[in-house]
Design a protein around this ligand. Structure first.
Ligand code: HDE
Length: 684
């Protein structure tokens, strides 16, 4: 629900640039695309009022042709996404590691554009699919665009880019029937997993609660691939990029996620849009894990292997700056659809490693934009333009916008005094890192990439009981949707290399024999992998308040004030919209009815009720509350509400706050809201 519209008065360089391309139709006359004013826009030109439409109707032809060509191909993966503008501020200079100006000059605010996405579903699919989320940010630096094209999970399914088309074919709806949409719960995906066991670590992440985030604002982001920072002396450091959300990492539960998909398929985009419109700007800290190149071989995994994390306990994450998302897009097509990310968009001071997944990505992203955006000039689309000047001898092609003056479009030349000129590295020209590389030409996997299970076991060991339970049920669900027993059996066998407990649980759920393999006895843990110890905050949490005429006005006002002070949002539910009367004569406007809103769209419920409730009200309110309870959400109740909770057997359970002392009730309830969920609740 949007509370207030925030209008930012300070414009970034990117915003100023974009405004040169924006158009506002208010108070304007309607014309054709060629500027001819139009006197009529409802009727096509006909030979007689009841006659056929005439070919000469240029207005009709132009309007219809444009409409017929409005769609462009959706992204092959990450089709469903949503974006916001923002800015990046650096805490301290990183000149020890890099020359990139946005990572060395703390006085700069770098404009950014971030797009979050699901991976598997098509552009119109629901947002709470069990899926990885994309987290791609374009930094419009003064030295060119740097794109950090990451995900909300730090590892990937495969080690070599050549397998990406196979992975995506297996994940997407099956080709013979186009089912299922936006879901990995089907035979081909799990068949791929079982037959490509390098996916063992990632599949645990994908089955963990992280694949159904509460909000784009409550996920971590990871660059996944290993990059390189290069300093003034030309010295390189290997680096992994992280985003740490200010609001912590939080997820939904699966039953809830499935219902959200029906109740509000736009749940995540609406959440982001509304937060920004309300002035609740979204903050992530940029974190870097940095390894001296001399230490490249001192870990029990290969630092170039994208199926491995660098455990944060071994390589700490240095928080170096802050990203704030503070402006919604003006036009979803022009910005969110046309933005073209590319891990190869780097600036001097940032370079690549030989991570074989990254190497392949460096090819794929430009290639896909050529198809999707219709030609080689997509860098001229406003959202993609750098804020610094850009000149070269590339010319022409579909939809060229720039009008290049002059006779020469080649290098070297004498007719234009050899302009545009190249720039030596000391003056800011990009110089590739001079890494010594030699080897036989081979199609092979490095020996150091062959351990697929140690880190999967470490991940499993690091999960809280709730997370383990979530993973067990997620895999049981997904395999339960598979049709082929052989696929189920192969996956269970694979799981038994990670954990006997996990494999037996899933096997039992599927009616399969207990698996035979024995997981290696690895006890290593990495506590940072678990969401259990994340930041807890009530800020921007949505609380449903169930009211009916005659409610205790003074008490409710006190609780609502407390909710507001904590930075959370209360939204009022009743049987109909309009004013609800309190016992003291005050009134409050209902935001939702039980028809227009739903428990699954809220973080917590505050049950107040009223003295004279209809049976229908009671039934709906009880169902609403029970559902929140089953999803482990905090429920607060006073007066009549308390009695219902007791009747329904919910009282006394963790996260159920009931008290007649208003002050302690308010405090305890807000604490419970911040805690997010109470997984130790015994469900009745
Ligand atoms: Fe992508 N990926 N990817 N990917 N990826 C695309 O590019 C690709 C990978 C990621 O919001 C495509 O413009 C290959 C890892 C994000 O516009 C495509 C490989 C990570 C987005 C492509 C990978 C990502 C994409 C499709 C394996 C996390 C959405 C449309 C070698 C670090 C960007 C497009 C947006 C998009 C290729 C693996 C992140 C086809 C070949 C690992 C966030 O080019």
């Amino acid at each position: 629900m949007i509370r207030r519209i925030h209008v930012s008065d300070k414009k970034s360089r990117k915003q100023e640039q974009l405004e040169r391309f924006t158009s506002d139709d208010r108070d304007k006359e309607m014309t054709t695309n060629h500027g001819t004013k139009l006197s009529e826009d409802e009727f096509s030109l006909k030979a007689g009022e009841r006659g056929p439409t005439l070919m000469e109707d240029f207005h009709f032809r132009e309007k219809m042709t444009h409409f017929d060509h409005e769609r462009i191909p959706e992204r092959a993966v990450h089709a469903r996404g949503y974006s916001a503008h923002g800015e990046f501020e650096l805490y301290e200079s990183l000149e020890q590691y890099t020359t990139a100006d946005f990572l060395t000059d703390t006085s700069k605010k770098t404009p950014t554009f971030t797009r979050f996405s699901t991976v598997a579903g098509s552009k119109g699919s629901a947002e709470l699919a069990r899926d990885v989320r994309g987290f791609a940010t374009k930094f419009y630096t003064e030295e060119g665009n740097f794109d950090l094209v990451g995900n909300n999970m730090p590892v990937f399914f495969i080690q070599d880019a050549i397998k990406f088309p196979d992975l995506v074919h297996a994940l997407k709806p099956e080709p013979h029937n186009g089912i299922p949409q936006a879901a990995s719960a089907h035979d081909t995906f799990w068949d791929f997993i079982a037959n490509n066991q390098e996916s063992a670590h990632m599949i645990l992440w994908a089955m963990s609660p992280r694949s159904i985030p509460r909000s784009f604002r409550m996920m971590e982001g990871f660059g996944v691939n290993t990059f390189r920072l290069v300093n003034k002396e030309g010295k390189g450091h290997l680096v992994k990029f992280h985003w740490k959300p200010k609001l912590g990492v939080h997820s939904l539960v699966w039953d809830e996620a499935q219902k959200v998909n029906g109740k509000n398929p736009d749940f995540h985009r609406a959440d982001l849009y509304e937060a920004i419109e309300n002035g609740d700007f979204v903050e992530f800290e940029l974190g870097l894990q940095i390894i001296d190149e001399g230490d490249e071989h001192s870990f029990d995994f290969d630092v170039l292997d994208p199926t491995k994390v660098w455990p944060e306990e071994e390589v700490p994450v240095k928080r170096v700056g802050k990203l704030t998302l503070n402006r919604n897009v003006d036009n979803v097509f022009a910005e969110n659809e046309q933005v073209a990310f590319h891990p190869g968009h780097v600036v001097p001071g940032i370079d690549f490693s030989n991570d074989p997944l990254l190497q392949g990505r460096l090819f794929s992203y430009t290639d896909t934009q050529l198809l999707r955006l219709g030609g080689p000039n997509f860098h001229e689309i406003p959202i993609n333009q750098p804020v610094c000047p850009f000149h070269n001898n590339q010319r022409d092609g579909m939809h060229r916008m720039t009008i290049n003056r002059g006779q020469s479009s080649y290098h070297n030349n004498s007719v234009a005094d050899n302009h545009p000129r190249t720039v030596p590295p000391e003056e800011g020209g990009f110089e590739h890192y001079q890494e010594k590389v030699e080897g036989e030409k081979v199609r092979a996997r490095s020996e150091s990439f062959k351990d697929h299970f140690s880190q999967a076991i470490m991940f499993w060991n690091s999960m809280s009981e709730h997370e383990k339970g979530h993973i067990k049920d997620a895999i049981s669900f997904e395999l339960g949707k598979c049709q082929q027993t052989a696929v189920r059996e192969q996956v269970v066998d694979m799981l038994s290399n990670i954990s006997g407990d996990l494999a037996s649980y899933v096997a039992d759920n599927l009616g399969l024999a207990a698996p035979q393999n024995q997981a290696e006895n690895i006890t290593k843990t990495s506590p940072s992998l678990s969401m259990a110890n994340t930041v807890q905050s009530p800020e921007t949490r949505k609380i449903a308040v169930l009211l009916a005429d005659g409610f205790n006005g003074e008490e409710v006002q006190g609780v609502l004030d407390g909710i507001d002070k904590a930075g959370a949002d209360a939204e009022i539910f009743s049987t109909k919209l309009g004013k609800i009367k309190a016992d003291n004569g005050d009134t409050i406007e209902a935001d939702h009815t039980f028809l227009t809103g739903d428990s699954v769209l809220f973080d917590a419920v505050y049950v107040v009720g009223g003295p004279e409730l209809s049976e229908s009200y009671k039934m709906k309110a009880k169902y609403f509350t029970k559902e929140a309870y089953m999803h482990f959400k905090p429920v607060g109740a006073t007066h009549d509400g308390k009695d219902w909770l007791e009747e329904a057997g919910m009282s006394g359970q963790p996260g159920i706050i009931t008290s007649d002392d208003l002050e302690s009730f308010g405090e305890d309830f807000i604490k419970a809201v911040a805690a997010h969920r109470f997984f130790d609740r015994e469900l009745v």
